[in-house]
Design a protein around this ligand. Structure first.
Ligand code: CA2
Length: 144
């Protein structure tokens, strides 16, 4: 197992997880998601973060480029809008798992075209909060 951290980055509005639209996003809060990730990672280092700012998200990708083993990212709405985030992720030399709690392809057309997928090693969507645990397992395999 690598000693470099796995970055788990979360985009806008995900700090409100578990408070609204449970039929789409479930009832699990982001703090509970973080606890699930830490339990799954065990002693493996994890940087779990959330921001509502595109700039901050990009700065964290830059940080991961300098010191991260892998990136798991739920970019939320920036999935569909941010060429700047795509450009930053393109610079990351390791595996990238794009993650969505909901199945974006089952939803309205505006949620169908991910820019981030162009640089993702793998995409997970529709598994709810458990998708984060699945993403961590997949990341471990990708890094092995
Ligand atoms: O399913 C996902 O994880 C998404 O990335 C969530 C984004 C949405 O723009 C993507 O299409 C799919 C939206 C996050 C909104 O966060 C909420 C948190 C609590 C309640 C409602 C929305």
């Amino acid at each position: 197992m690598t000693t470099k951290p796995i970055y788990i980055l979360n985009g806008p509005n995900l700090n409100r997880l578990g408070t609204r639209e449970p039929e789409i996003y479930g009832k699990t809060t982001l703090a509970e998601v973080e606890a699930m990730c830490r339990a799954e990672a065990g002693a493996g280092p994890v940087e779990f973060r959330q921001t509502n700012s595109e700039t901050q998200l990009i700065d964290w990708v830059h940080e991961a480029i300098d010191r991260g083993a892998g990136i798991i990212i739920n970019p939320a709405a920036y999935t569909f809008t941010s060429l700047a985030l795509l450009d930053a992720l393109k610079m990351f030399p390791g595996p990238i798992v794009e993650l969505h709690i909901s199945n974006i392809h089952k939803r309205e057309p505006m949620y169908h075209h991910s820019l981030v997928s162009k640089t993702a090693t793998a995409v997970i969507a529709g598994l709810g909060a458990k998708g984060y645990v699945v993403a961590l397992r997949a990341m471990r395999d990708l890094l092995a």
